[in-house]
Design a binder for this molecule. Structure first.
Ligand code: HEC
Length: 108
């Protein structure tokens, strides 16, 4: 495994444990994207993932992105790379995924 990916994966539980939960209404997609660790793999602008084989999320259709998140969380989507992301999906509710998906669609 690449060192960059390894350090991201190792830092996720620490980041999650030290985060103060915020009320959903006070959060927007951009904040959720950072606090729920999506940024660690998909990049600050959601367009420069840490590994080139990881998908770019900026500008995706909100329904497509939302459905992929749901399927990745549930296991309905499962290929060689899916497991990397599934590990953090307990951090987000369906409502939060919706908010993030709507925000991603506004990018680029
Ligand atoms: C540990 C790295 C990692 C983290 C953290 C992560 N993802 Fe992912 N994400 C991936 C990988 C790898 C894929 C591709 C999985 C596959 O091909 O099945 C992916 C796929 C996706 C997709 C589908 C994109 C497409 O084009 O089909 C969406 C949407 C997405 N991630 C959103 C998120 C959101 C939102 C978060 C935060 C809650 C998040 N990801 C956190 C690695 C990660």
């Amino acid at each position: 495994m690449m060192n960059a990916l390894k350090s991201v994966l190792l830092s996720i539980p620490i980041a999650a444990a030290t985060m103060t939960p915020l009320p959903l209404l006070a959060m927007d997609g951009a904040e959720l994207y950072v606090t729920k660790t999506c940024v660690a793999c998909h990049g600050k602008d959601a367009d420069t993932p840490i590994l080139p084989i990881y998908p770019k999320l900026a500008g995706q259709s909100p329904d497509y992105a939302y459905n992929q998140m749901v399927d990745i969380k549930s296991g309905a989507r499962d290929n060689g790379m899916t497991a990397a992301m599934r590990g953090v999906m307990h951090l987000v509710t369906e409502e939060e995924m919706r908010v993030i998906a709507d925000w991603l669609a506004t990018l680029k």
